[in-house]
Design a protein around this ligand. Sequence first.
Ligand SMILES: CC(C)[C@H](C(=O)O)[C@@H](O)C(=O)O
Ligand code: SF4
Length: 478
Amino acid sequence: MTTDSSPRTLYQKIWDAHVVQQRDDGTALLYIDRHLVHEVTSPQAFDGLRAAGRKVRRPDLTLAVADHNIQTTARVDAAGQRLPVEDPQSAEQLAALVRNTTAFGVEYIEDLAAEQGIVHVVGPEQGFTLPGTTVVCGDSHTASHGALGALAFGIGTSEVEHVLASQTLLLKRSKSLEVRVDGPLGPGVTPKDVALAIVAKLTAAGGAGYVAEYTGSVFREMSIEGRLTVCNMSIEAGARAGLVAPDDTTFAYLKGKPRAPKRADWDKAVAWWRSLVTDPGATYDKVVTIDAATIVPLVTWGTSPDDVVPITGIVPDPAALTDPARRAAAEKSLAYMGLTAGQRMQDVSVDRIFIGSCTNSRIEDLRAAAAIAKGRHIAGNVKQALVVPGSGLVKRQAEAEGLDRIFIEAGFEWREPGCSMCLAMNPDKVPAGERCASTSNRNFVGRQGPGSRTHLLSPAMAAAAAVTGKLTDVREIA
Ligand SMILES: CC(C)[C@H](C(=O)O)[C@@H](O)C(=O)O
Ligand code: SF4
């Protein structure tokens, strides 16, 4: 604990409030407030506990949900009977999560429950993620939860076991990075474009060793859904975590959420949460600023999330790169993506559309996509357009607003919640050589299936690509 009153960053305040023991080697044992668990990174951790004869220390602070392997087609038949998961490995991982959470007394959000969804959509939506808490999950996109002012980061399977057993984690403090974006956003520019602009500016490795705090008018004016999109992609710039200081928008979002504090506890919590801001005079180790007016609707061309160009731009020419290693990487990337230098991004036709993932599957994302899809139809060359809500609650809300009808009438498939085509661990895959306009966060080689080609963009731009059959400037449609 810091005892003097020197100005501190938000990151430092949350860190200081969670140090259980400071060690001489610079590491600290940190208390973990919330642990989210999914089926992919937990089986070995539970096995480890079993082998050591240990229990889960705080089952009440642990919440499990299946998302990566789960099918997004119907989960029950017409008679209400559960339909089997066909892939044996997925079926086993899902069964293991049920077995392990039952055996260790951890709460498991059942796959047929309306609360089921992608772990990073579920945490905020349930009020499980709260300002000023430390949140971990065996998943790199845990950074998302920083949108609520939580210090949230991904951990490996051995750390999952450590947290299950002790509710603590041994960590080295990261450096602090301020990412400031000020000014009004232009037409068609969404939080996803802000996120892509940040990743492009920092580069995919530029945030390594840092915890980013997003500051400036753009984030103050942004919804929680938008902040979740931006914080989600912190890891694509290599940052350990991303943070937005909690404010009235945060409190309004959390109030009444199932697991948020109630009555007098709520008032006490809000009073503390209001102190979670970077003090005037506190310094960051690094500061990056972006003028919001320079951000336009963006799209990726390559196989790294920082391969970003304006939708009005062209495929960059590797020959313009002087560093031979970077040039070779860009050439390889273009060959994989089936693109040629100088080609206009808006001439690139697409085979599939994916609207979903923990980056862009919340209600505002679906509203933005539906606004473009409304009264239109997917183009003849588009083989499949998936809309996968981030949770059963998002799905229900969207249906109450009639968004499902808009999508279905426009030729989209309306699915059950899960990670789906974001990483193709379930049957939702992009076939080799096919091109997908995707609202997810990674365009790595083979990410959406072996040989798949991914272009990252916003939900509105994904819907625009669906109806025109090619990458499209949403400003020309909306
Ligand atoms: C499967 C999981 C460990 C992985 C992650 O850590 O992020 C996945 O969610 C991803 O997005 O690649
Ligand atoms: S939606 Fe995609 S990025 Fe998010 S947790 Fe699932 S696989 Fe990872």
